[in-house]
Design a protein around this ligand. Structure first.
Ligand SMILES: [Zn+2]
Length: 169
């Protein structure tokens, strides 16, 4: 498998997306051709939306509660892609002859490693991608737990996680 090429401008845009949505997780898709990413699609994270409504006027106590959750509890929150956004992105990819390459999401407080929930969801999706005529994507994680964002890409197949390398250009 060829190494995925991600343009710096798209990498920066993903990091900006992650920072905008923190403390919630952001999610989105990368698409392109021949292993080179040329398009990024921000997808609404339904979990973040519902969370944001609950955090009306950003009640500091509630935000503090979110920060206090254990990594396991936070991992349960995860992300759920908005299907309307997803099908709009899928249509755009088809219109431009682009292949889906990556599903990305952020971990505002946790390392750039798939959580148990992430692995479970990716494994459930493995049989869905071919049914909707999309290739199985790799999963890119953006961790904001340190000042410098940590970004890693993975294949998740049959519940097994392996590194999927990428280069930034
Ligand atoms: Zn995750």
């Amino acid at each position: 498998m060829n190494e995925l090429v991600i343009p710096q401008i798209i990498l920066d845009d993903m990091i900006a997306h992650a920072r905008e949505l923190a403390p919630h997780e952001c999610c989105g898709l990368l698409a392109g051709n021949n292993g080179v990413v040329s398009r990024m699609y921000r997808i609404t994270n339904i979990v973040a939306m519902e969370g944001a409504q609950n955090l009306s006027s950003f009640d500091p106590a509630k935000v503090a509660h979110l920060e206090r959750l254990s990594p396991a509890e936070r991992a349960e929150i995860a992300f759920v892609m908005d299907m309307q956004d997803f099908s709009t992105a899928k249509k755009d990819m088809r219109n431009h002859g682009l292949d889906l390459q990556v599903v990305y999401h952020s971990h505002p407080h946790d390392p750039a490693r798939p959580s148990i929930t992430d692995i479970k969801i990716a494994t459930d999706y493995e049989e869905i991608w071919p049914k909707i005529n999309l290739p199985i994507p790799s999963y890119l994680l953006i961790s904001l737990m340190h000042t410098t964002p940590d970004i890693k890409n993975y294949w998740i197949k049959s519940g097994q996680v392996s590194n999927a390398s990428f280069i930034v250009r």
